[in-house]
Design a protein around this ligand. Structure first.
Ligand code: HEC
Length: 120
């Protein structure tokens, strides 16, 4: 009997893990979902051998304010997503994909920007 219960609990856990997350309504939470689903972490967080293709974004909300004179942090982050070649962070290749922001709705793009801005 106990084993049956355990199997059921395991199956329920697998089911919960496989069902796609519902889109969050709060912008920063939604932005975090998009960051994960668009694969930003593939380049911006260390891979299995500890390498990173792109700069860490842990403090991008602060860093972005001083990247380009006359550009606010929000403007810079938005441009980095929509037009990655407009400014290439020193020490990195201009290798960020061009199409990541193209299919996002305006609301989702705002959410992704809000999430990155929150990383102070
Ligand atoms: C294929 C690798 C790759 C992927 C995927 C990728 N990036 Fe990048 N990203 C880079 C590289 C390389 C740079 C540095 C060169 C440059 O400035 O374009 C960069 C730069 C940035 C910057 C500027 C960082 C700074 O310190 O000024 C932001 C912001 C950024 N990426 C956000 C994102 C977001 C959001 C996503 C997901 C939607 C994403 N990136 C996906 C490679 C990637």
């Amino acid at each position: 009997m106990g084993r049956v219960v355990l199997v059921c609990i395991a199956l329920a856990a697998i089911l919960v893990a496989c069902v796609p997350e519902a889109p969050a309504t709060e912008p920063v939470a939604r932005g975090r979902q998009l960051y994960r689903s668009l694969g930003c972490a593939n380049c911006h967080e260390p891979n299995l051998v500890g390498q990173r293709l792109g700069p860490a974004l842990d403090h991008i909300g602060t860093v972005a304010a001083s990247r380009r004179p006359g550009m606010s942090a929000e403007e810079y982050i938005r441009q980095s997503i929509l037009d990655p070649g407009a400014f290439v962070v020193p020490g990195y290749q201009d290798s960020m994909p061009r199409d990541l922001g193209r299919d996002l709705s305006p609301t989702d793009l705002d959410a992704l920007v809000a999430y990155l801005l929150s990383l102070k």
